[in-house]
Design a protein around this ligand. Structure first.
Ligand SMILES: Nc1ncnc2c1ncn2[C@@H]1O[C@H](COP(=O)(O)OP(=O)(O)OP(=O)(O)O)[C@@H](O)[C@H]1O
Ligand SMILES: [Mg+2]
Length: 202
């Protein structure tokens, strides 16, 4: 979809407090931890479990979760390819603001298109961590915590990822977590170690 730019005669106002100042005050770096994967793969579960662990350590965090954002900011968007693209574009922009505010922002969206995830990455060149929450679709279907696969298979939800809409697997994600193989606790420990190694947290 072509980018629509209607804003003209605008000038960026640079504040005195920079991202680095906020990071120093927070005691950790800003970052975008981008969880992607099929519905029921465990994105929300892992994002919130990791947030809990980071919060306990005193980090400033926020989870942008697909369903929650669609309650408000993105309630005007559906699930067509164009609307999915716009959904992810807005999240990439919001994540950029949060990271600029020095937060560790965790996003939990299916984000099925590689090109949309790449755009979010380009918007967030510093500390963008793509986490592919990998899980066999058979396991996702068994879990089906929201009953969505059942509905999709009955033809009640059109354009459902993995059933009637595509999911493009990440080619070079920073991290892959197979939730069919490892527990939530193991995944959180793995992610904390990674953030530590990258110098994002200490
Ligand atoms: N190792 C695991 N990691 C994450 N979730 C797991 C794991 N094992 C079982 N689960 C369960 O799988 C389900 C994952 O649901 P969750 O809502 O996190 O998925 P989601 O990827 O956010 O889906 P959606 O895209 O529909 O929002 C939960 O019921 C969770 O308890
Ligand atoms: Mg979710």
């Amino acid at each position: 979809m072509e980018e629509v730019v209607k804003a003209t005669n605008i000038t960026w106002h640079q504040g005195d407090i920079k991202r680095e100042d906020r990071e120093r005050a927070n005691g950790h770096q800003g970052a975008v931890i981008w969880f992607t994967g099929l519905s029921a793969s465990g994105k929300s579960t892992l994002a919130h479990a990791l947030e809990n662990a980071l919060f306990e350590k005193g980090c400033k965090t926020y989870v942008l979760d697909g369903d929650n954002i669609r309650h408000g900011l993105n309630k005007d968007l559906g699930f067509s390819p164009q609307d999915r693209e716009e959904n992810i574009r807005r999240i990439g922009e919001v994540a950029k603001l949060f990271a600029d505010a020095g937060l560790i922002v965790l996003t939990a969206f299916i984000s099925p298109y590689r090109s949309d995830r790449e755009k979010a990455r380009k918007l967030n060149p510093k500390n963008f961590i793509e986490v592919y929450v990998k899980c066999d679709i058979d396991i996702c279907e068994q879990r089906d915590p929201k009953g969505l696969y059942k509905k999709a298979k009955a033809g009640e939800i059109p354009e459902f990822t993995g059933i009637s809409a595509p999911y493009e697997e990440p080619e070079n994600p920073e991290i892959v977590i197979d939730t069919g193989q490892c527990s939530v606790e193991q995944a959180v420990n793995f992610l904390l170690t990674y953030l530590n190694q990258q110098g994002i947290i200490s």
